[in-house]
Design a binder for this molecule. Structure first.
Ligand SMILES: [Zn+2]
Length: 333
C-alpha cells in the first residue's frame, strides 16, 4: 500500500496507472484506414503477435509471450481475425484470434506457444509486467468484440473486419452499417458512512459466487438514460437500501472480461436502512478501519485461516478501499 511515487497523492492517481491501463503502444490511428500500410506491417518479420485461443492468453510468469518472425507467420495463417493494435517502439503489434485451432486430443490447448503458456489473463494479469498486461488486455478486448460482432445488429447480414480490425462493416449492400468496438461502462463505488457505533465506516458486500471470505465494494452496469452519478445512486439503493449523495469520480480501469470499463467512485451515505437485496447480495455490512484492521487477513485470497479479505491490490475495488484506509482525499473534491 503506497502513495503514488510521481505526485505523492491518492492511490488512484493518473500518474500511477492501474492494471490493464496505460497501453504502451502508439495506436497509430492514422494507419487503420490504410489497407496497404496495414498489409505491409503484418508482413514485417519483426511484428509481434498477441494471440488469444478461446478465453486464454499466451503468457508465462516472466511476461506475455508475443511471437515474432516465422512463428508469428505460422500463427497468422491460423488466425480467424487479426487486429492492428499499434506500434511498440516502432514494431507493429497485432492481436490474433486462434480459437479455431483444435485442442490437443487430451483437451489441453493447442501447442502453439511455450508449453503451459496458455493462461487466463484474469488469473495472471497482476503478476505480469504492467505494460505486458495492458497489451494483453487491449488485444483481448478487441478479439472478444470481433467474436460477438460477426453479424449486423441492424439487418442480420454478416459483417467484415475493416480499419485494421477497429471496425466491422455490414456486408448487405443496402445496410452497410459500420459497427465499432464496444466498451460497457460499469460503476464501482465505495460508500462512506458510519457503523452502528457511530464510527466512520465503508459499506462492503459479499456475493455468493465469490471465494469464501472476500468482501468488496458495490458495483453495477450503467443503464441507458442515466448519468454515471445516477447509476451509482441507483445501484447502491437497489442493492443495499442506502441513499447516497456527494458522488465523486476516483479513476477507471479497463476490464476486458469481456468488455467493461470500471469507473470508480466514492459516495456519502445520507439515509436509508441497510437491507441487502437477497437476489443480488449474500451480505452487506459497514466496516470501520478498526474492524478491518482487526478482522481482515492481509492476503487477497482465501488463506485457510477463515478470515475475511479484500480484493486484489490490482483491482480498482481495492484502490477505493485503500484510499479510504489511507485517508487520502478524493480527487476533484
Ligand atoms: Zn446490416
Amino acid at each position: 500500500m503506497t502513495l503514488c511515487e510521481s505526485c505523492d497523492d491518492a492511490i488512484v492517481c493518473p500518474m500511477d496507472p492501474i492494471l490493464y491501463s496505460a497501453v504502451p503502444l502508439d495506436r497509430a490511428h492514422h494507419l487503420r484506414r490504410d489497407d496497404a500500410a496495414i498489409g505491409a506491417l503484418v508482413r514485417r518479420p519483426d511484428r509481434l503477435l498477441v494471440p488469444l485461443w478461446r478465453d486464454l492468453s499466451l503468457a508465462t510468469p516472466e511476461g506475455a509471450v508475443m511471437p515474432a518472425g516465422d512463428i508469428a507467420a505460422r500463427l497468422l495463417d491460423l488466425a480467424g481475425v487479426t487486429v492492428f493494435l499499434g506500434l511498440w517502439a516502432g514494431r507493429p503489434v497485432f492481436a490474433a484470434d486462434l480459437s479455431e485451432a483444435e485442442a490437443e486430443p487430451d483437451g489441453t490447448p493447442p501447442r502453439l506457444g511455450p508449453d503451459g503458456a496458455w493462461t487466463a489473463l484474469k488469473a495472471v494479469g497482476g503478476t505480469l509486467p504492467a505494460d505486458h498486461a495492458a497489451i494483453l488486455a487491449y488485444g483481448r478486448a478487441l478479439v472478444l468484440w470481433h467474436r460477438r460482432a460477426r453479424f449486423c445488429g441492424i439487418c442480420g447480414a454478416p459483417t467484415q473486419s475493416r480499419e485494421g480490425g477497429h471496425m466491422r462493416q455490414c456486408q448487405d449492400g443496402t445496410c452497410a452499417a459500420p459497427h465499432y468496438p464496444r466498451t460497457d461502462p460499469a460503476v464501482i463505488m465505495r460508500v462512506d458512512g458510519t457503523d452502528e457505533a457511530g464510527q466512520p465506516a465503508i459499506l462492503m458486500h459479499r456475493q455468493k459466487i465469490w471465494a469464501p471470505g472476500m468482501w468488496s465494494v458495490l458495483a453495477g452496469f450503467v443503464e441507458p438514460g442515466e448519468t454515471l452519478e445516477e447509476a451509482v445512486a441507483r445501484e447502491v439503493r437497489e442493492e443495499s437500501g442506502i441513499e447516497v449523495a456527494a458522488v465523486r469520480y476516483h479513476g477507471g480501469q479497463p476490464w476486458p472480461f469481456p468488455s467493461s470499463l470500471m469507473l470508480g467512485f466514492s459516495a456519502t451515505a445520507i439515509g436509508g436502512t441497510l437491507a441487502p437485496d437477497p437476489d443480488e447480495l449474500e451480505d452487506a455490512q459497514w466496516f470501520s478501519k478498526a474492524r478491518i484492521a482487526a478482522e481482515f487477513s492481509d492476503a487477497h485470497r482465501t488463506d485457510g485461516s477463515g478470515r475475511p479479505f479484500l480484493p486484489r491490490p490490482d483491482a480498482i475495488a481495492r484502490r477505493l478501499v485503500d484510499d479510504w484506509l489511507l485517508d487520502t482525499p478524493a480527487r476533484g473534491g
